[in-house]
Design a protein around this ligand. Structure first.
Ligand code: SF4
Ligand code: SF4
Length: 336
C-alpha cells in the first residue's frame, strides 16, 4: 500500500532558529549555499553564541535550534553551544557534512542532541562524491554508523537535483541498513554555488514532472521501510491555500555577521528582516524581505518567482500550471 503524504502546516507557537555559528567548512560542495560576502566569515565566540541563543528564548513556545555552518563541528565550542541551548530549553539538531570534528560523538551525548543530521547526496560514492567531494561518502556513512551505534537519533538530508534524482530510490536500503530514523528530502535551490553554476549552464533543477513522478513514490517506499520522511511540498494543488512562512511562522536564519533572515530564499541579498547588533535583535527599516512576503501573486511564492522563474510553467491563458508553495512547507510520511 502506498502511504499518503500529509502536508505539515505551519505550527503556531513553534519556532525554528537556524543558527550558523561559522561559515568555514572543510568541503566545497558544488551546490553550497553559503555566500561569505553576504553571510560573513566570522566564527562566533563562545560568549556570543550564548548571548545570541538567549535572544531567541520564548517561554511557552516549542523552540528548535539547528546548529549549522559551514561545518558546525569545526567550531571548537559547538558542544558548549549545544549544552547552553539545552539549558535554555531548546530542542537541538546538529546538521553536519559527516566529518564530526572534535570527537562530537564522544564529547556530546544523545541526551544533548535530539537529532544528528548528516548531509548525503547519493547512495554511493559514484553519485555523492562528484557533488560533495572525493572520499566524502565513505567518511560520512562510516560516521553515521558510529553515531547510530553510540545511540544518537540520526537523520539524513538529501538535496535532490538533476545530478542525483535518478538515484534517490537507492537511498532506502542504505538508510535502513544504517538505522537512520528520519529522511529529509530537499529540493535544490539556486543559491550560492548552484546559482553560479546554473549561470554557467549546469542544469541543477529537476522538472516538475520528474519531481512529482519520483519524490512522493520514494518517500512512500521509505515510510514503508520504517523511515520517517519529510519532503517539500513545492507544487500546491488547486484547492490548497498558499501561505508564506515569513508571515505565518517563526523561522530565524541567523548568520555569523549578525544578519537574521525570515526566508531562506532571501539569503543572497541584503534584505534581512533583523540584524543582531551589540547582542540585540533589531528589526531593520527600509526595504526588507518583509515587504516581499506581503505581495499576493498567482504564482504563489514571490521570492521563487523573482529568483527561480524557470520553475514556473504557464498554460495558454498565461495562468501558472502550479502555484509554488513556500519552500518551508513540508509533507510528511510516518513509518508504517
Ligand atoms: S558541507 Fe555544507 S557548508 Fe560545507 S561546502 Fe558542503 S554545503 Fe557548503
Ligand atoms: S520561500 Fe516564499 S513563501 Fe516561503 S518565506 Fe520565502 S517568500 Fe515566503
Amino acid at each position: 500500500m502506498i502511504s499518503k503524504a500529509k502536508t505539515v502546516g505551519f505550527q503556531s507557537g513553534e519556532r525554528n532558529i537556524f543558527f550558523h555559528i561559522l561559515t568555514a567548512c572543510n568541503l566545497s560542495c558544488r551546490h553550497c549555499y553559503i555566500n561569505k560576502e553576504q553571510h560573513g566569515t566570522e566564527t562566533l565566540s563562545r560568549e556570543t553564541m550564548e548571548k545570541w541563543l538567549e535572544l531567541f528564548v520564548a517561554p511557552g513556545k516549542k523552540s528548535n535550534v539547528i546548529f549549522l555552518g559551514g561545518e558546525p563541528t569545526m567550531h571548537p565550542d559547538l558542544v558548549h553551544g549545544i549544552s547552553k541551548a539545552k539549558e535554555l530549553g531548546f530542542d537541538v539538531t546538529v546538521d553536519s557534512n559527516g566529518y564530526l570534528f572534535h570527537n562530537l560523538l564522544e564529547t556530546s551525548s544523545p541526551e544533548q542532541i535530539d537529532f544528528l543530521s548528516f548531509s548525503l547526496d547519493g547512495p554511493d560514492s559514484l553519485v555523492n562524491d562528484p557533488i560533495r567531494g572525493e572520499g566524502v561518502y565513505d567518511i560520512c556513512t562510516t560516521n553515521m554508523r558510529k553515531a547510530v551505534a553510540a545511540g544518537y537519533n540520526v537523520s539524513v538530508i538529501y538535496t535532490v537535483s538533476n545530478l542525483n534524482i535518478k538515484h534517490l530510490h537507492r537511498m532506502i536500503p542504505l538508510l535502513t541498513d544504517i538505522g537512520v530514523k528520519r529522511f529529509f528530502i530537499q529540493v535544490i535551490g539556486l543559491r550560492g554555488n548552484s546559482a553560479a553554476e546554473s549561470a554557467d549552464g549546469t542544469e541543477w533543477q529537476v522538472s516538475p514532472e520528474e519531481w512529482l513522478a519520483t519524490v512522493p513514490k520514494v518517500a512512500a517506499d521509505a515510510a514503508e521501510a520504517g523511515i520517517h520522511v519529510t519532503f517539500p511540498k513545492v507544487f500546491l494543488e488547486e484547492n490548497e491555500t498558499f501561505e508564506c512562512a515569513g508571515i505565518v511562522a517563526e523561522n530565524f536564519f541567523v548568520f555569523p555577521n549578525g544578519r537574521v533572515y525570515r526566508c531562506p530564499l532571501c539569503e543572497d541579498h541584503p534584505v534581512h528582516a533583523f540584524t543582531i547588533n551589540d547582542n540585540k535583535l533589531i528589526a531593520n527599516d527600509g526595504l526588507t524581505e518583509d515587504n516581499f512576503f506581503q505581495l499576493d501573486i498567482a504564482e504563489g511564492c514571490v521570492m521563487n518567482k523573482l529568483l527561480q522563474p524557470d520553475t514556473i510553467a504557464y498554460d495558454k491563458l498565461g495562468k501558472p500550471v502550479h502555484r509554488i508553495s513556500c519552500c518551508l512547507l513540508k509533507q510528511e510520511l510516518l513509518p508504517e
